[in-house]
Design a protein around this ligand. Structure first.
Ligand SMILES: [Fe+2]
Length: 342
C-alpha cells in the first residue's frame, strides 16, 4: 500500500468567479512607488485592499491554516491569476522596471501580513521586501536563490537566528507567488514536512538528530558581512521540541550544516534520503501562491536550465517573522530590511 504523506501539502483551487473581483480591483489600484517606496504604507494599503476584495473562502482558509498547530506544512492556492502585461523575466536579479502593476506584490505582502511581520535582508536581493527570484545571468550555478541548479533540502535562513542571544528562528514562514513557469516546465520546488519524515527515520537517527552534535552556518549572502568568529553555530541539534511535532533546523547544501561526529554525519545522510522519499513537488504554475511553514518544512530546488531570454522562471517571495522585537539590533535603515552583519 502506498504511504500517504498527509502532513506536507494542502491545496485550494479558486474559480474564476471567486477571483474576478480581486483581479478587477487590481486594474484600478496603483500604489505609487510600489513595494520599494514606503514599506509600511504599501503593507497597510495592500492589507486593506486584500480584506476588501479577496474571496472570503480564501481569507478564511489562510486564517485557519495560520492558527492551526496541526496544519499541513504547505498551503498551496491556485487560481489567483497574475499581473496583466507581465514584462520579460529580468536577468539581472533586480525588480523589472517594466512591471508597472503591483498585483502580485500586493497579494504577497497582504498574505504575509496575515501570518506575521513581512521581512527581507539588506544583503539579499538588493534589500527588497518582495524578492524577485529569477535566475541571474552569470550566477546560474550559485548555491543561492540566484542560481538554477539543484539546491539541497533546507530551512530558509537556517542559522541566521543563532547570531542573536538568545537564538531565535528568524524566518517562520515563506510566501511565494508564481509569475512565470520556465519554458520546459522543469523547474519545481520540492517540499517535505518533518512530520512525514519521522516515521521513516530509524529511532537511533532521530535520537542523534536531537543531540547537539551539529554545526550550522548562515547562507553565503549573510556570511560575507559577518566577522569570522560569528560565521558558525557549534553544538546545535537538528530536531527540537515535542517528539510528534518537532521543529527542524538544517540546510543540506554547501557547508551550511555538518555533523560533528560520525553518527551525526550518518544521520544527516539518512535524513536527506528520507526527505527525497517523502518529497512533494510544486511546479511553477502561474497564479499560484504557496505558504510554507519554515519551522517544519524543508524545501529544495529541482534544477532547470535558464535561457536568459526573458521567458525564464519567475517567482516572488516574502519572508515572515512572528515578531520584530528580537531583531531590533538588525533594524538599521528600515524596520523590515534586516542587517545581521553590519
Ligand atoms: Fe530557500
Amino acid at each position: 500500500m502506498a504511504i500517504q504523506f498527509t502532513r506536507t501539502l494542502h491545496r485550494l483551487e479558486l474559480d474564476f468567479g471567486e477571483m474576478s473581483r480581486l483581479a478587477e480591483s487590481a486594474l484600478y489600484l496603483h500604489f505609487p512607488g510600489g513595494p520599494k517606496a514606503d514599506h509600511e504604507l504599501f503593507l497597510q494599503n495592500s492589507s486593506r485592499w486584500w480584506m476588501e476584495f479577496a474571496p472570503r473562502r480564501l481569507v478564511d482558509t489562510i486564517h485557519r491554516w495560520h492558527i492551526d498547530p496541526d496544519r499541513p506544512g504547505v498551503l498551496m492556492i491556485d487560481g489567483l491569476g497574475i499581473d496583466p502585461d507581465l514584462p520579460p523575466t529580468p536577468t539581472d536579479g533586480r525588480r523589472s522596471p517594466n512591471k508597472l502593476t503591483t498585483y502580485s506584490e500586493q497579494v504577497l505582502v497582504a498574505v504575509a501580513g496575515m501570518l506575521g511581520q513581512p521581512i527581507g535582508f539588506s544583503d539579499e536581493r538588493n534589500g527588497d521586501l518582495v524578492a524577485d527570484l529569477t535566475p541571474v545571468r552569470g550566477k546560474a550555478a550559485a548555491l543561492t536563490n540566484e542560481g538554477a541548479g539543484k539546491l539541497g533540502w533546507h530551512i530558509e535562513h537556517n542559522a541566521t537566528g543563532f547570531l542573536l542571544d538568545p537564538p531565535v528562528r528568524v524566518v517562520d514562514y515563506l510566501v511565494f507567488f508564481h509569475l512565470r513557469e520556465d519554458p520546459r516546465g522543469e523547474a519545481r520546488t520540492l517540499v517535505s514536512d518533518i512530520r512525514d519524515v519521522l516515521p521513516l527515520l530509524s529511532p537511533s537517527v532521530i535520537e542523534t538528530l536531537r543531540r547537539p552534535e551539529f554545526v550550522l552556518r548562515p547562507p553565503l549572502q549573510v556570511r560575507g558581512s559577518l566577522p569570522v568568529e560569528r560565521r558558525e553555530a557549534l553544538n546545535v541539534a537538528i530536531l527540537t521540541g515535542p517528539s510528534e511535532n518537532p521543529h527542524v533546523r538544517a540546510a543540506m547544501y554547501g557547508d551550511l550544516t555538518a555533523g560533528l561526529t560520525d553518527a551525526a554525519q550518518a544521520a544527516l545522510v539518512e535524513l536527506e534520503s528520507v526527505l527525497d522519499a517523502t518529497q512533494r513537488q510544486v511546479p511553477t504554475t502561474p497564479g499560484r501562491l504557496v505558504l510554507v511553514d519554515n519551522r517544519r518544512v524543508l524545501h529544495a530546488r529541482f534544477p532547470y536550465q535558464p535561457a536568459f531570454d526573458g521567458r525564464d522562471r519567475w517567482l516572488q517571495r516574502v519572508m515572515v517573522t512572528t515578531s520584530l522585537e528580537p531583531l531590533r539590533h538588525w533594524q538599521r535603515d528600515s524596520a523590515r530590511i534586516l542587517s545581521p552583519g553590519a
